[in-house]
Design a protein around this ligand. Structure first.
Ligand code: NAP
Length: 306
């Protein structure tokens, strides 16, 4: 029987690993089989993580998180959790390879998954001109014309990054003001390769095997137009990953895991949650890491009292 199982390997999960390992709880961190490291693995330069005044690459930051968690004895399993039973005193966690683990406490740090536009052919054209990851796919669009959809920090970051490769980057946003932070907006808007298309949404993806254009609908007057494109990057936010636990722990109206006050306590004793899966508001690497620490301390207190 484990003291602690942590599900998820972003800043929240690894921070929970660092703290519970240092508390001598020998945590098992189940990192997933493919998306190890979470959303920062898809990011380029991280400039706002305190302690790194010169910035560093997202994957490098996550490698540091992992090395620090492992240094204190966090055991990392590169598998997907496929089923959990969290209701009893003994928590059951099953992985894709058929392994079953038991634990006294579970820390849920499953993060959030990228949002789709919900258009027909979106999945079919994924990897054929439609992408959610500039860091992964930007290289394929050298000297091409591409577009980024979205108005948040992710869209600004992706558009700016993609100017390294593309000859032209349209930034398509459904309103006339951005949600993104001022510094990120300014960087994108002032980039000579970026042209903003305000008040517009993509309504159709065109192209046989590969995307070759999109239909845009003006959100003010309803008119439609065609835009020739070699690639479309979708950066319209994320949804919390709760499918594993949605029938067991209480969720908020927005489908985040509900936690008690400033703690990480879920509706089930011995089950704690942290990071993007509980956070509809801030969703930063540093806030996720902070909440991973809270979950580790809450789990530690629970184990002491039980
Ligand atoms: P976000 O802040 O939720 O922004 C999503 C954007 O996509 C919004 O502008 C939204 O439009 C638009 N959108 C949503 N659904 C859409 C749809 N179906 N069609 C068209 N547009 C749609 O998400 P995010 O940009 O991914 O950022 C998530 C969090 O990560 C934020 O807290 C952000 O600050 C953080 N982040 C930080 C950095 C950084 O600091 N370096 C980098 C990336 C992300 P509306 O504005 O009209 O709602």
């Amino acid at each position: 029987m484990r003291e602690v199982i942590i599900i998820g390997s972003g800043p929240a999960g690894f921070t929970a690993g660092i703290y519970t390992a240092r508390a001598g709880l020998k945590p098992l961190l189940i990192a997933s089989s493919v998306e190890i490291g979470g959303e920062l693995m898809k990011t380029t330069e991280v400039e706002n993580f305190p302690g790194f005044p010169d910035g560093l690459q997202g994957p490098e930051l996550m490698a540091n998180f992992q090395a620090q968690a492992e240094r204190f004895g966090t055991e990392i399993l590169y598998e997907d959790v496929v089923e959990v039973d969290l209701e009893g005193d003994i928590k059951i966690v099953k992985t894709g390879s058929g392994q079953t683990f038991e634990a006294k406490t579970v820390i849920l740090a499953t993060g959030a998954a990228y949002r789709e536009l919900g258009l027909p052919r979106e999945k079919e054209l994924s990897g054929h001109g439609v992408s959610w990851c500039a860091t992964c796919d930007g290289f394929f669009f050298r000297e091409k014309t591409i577009a980024v959809v979205g108005g948040g920090d992710s869209a600004m970051e992706e558009a700016t990054f993609l100017t390294r490769f593309a000859s032209k980057v349209f930034l398509i946003h459904r309103r006339d003001t951005f949600k993104a932070s001022k510094i990120m907006q300014d960087r994108a808007i002032n980039n000579p390769k970026i042209e903003v298309i305000y008040n517009s949404e993509v309504t159709e993806l065109k192209g046989e095997k590969n995307l070759d254009g999109v239909t845009l609908r003006n959100t003010v007057d309803g008119s439609t137009s065609h835009l020739d494109l070699d690639g479309l990057f979708i950066a319209v936010g994320n949804d919390p990953r709760v499918w594993l636990v949605e029938n067991q722990v209480e969720l908020t109206a927005e489908k985040f895991i509900q936690v008690e006050g400033r703690s990480s306590k879920t509706s089930l004793p011995g089950v704690f949650a942290c990071g993007d899966v509980i956070d509809p508001t801030y969703r930063q690497a540093i806030t996720a890491a902070g909440s991973g620490c809270v979950a580790a301390l809450d789990a530690e207190h629970y184990l002491t009292n039980h």
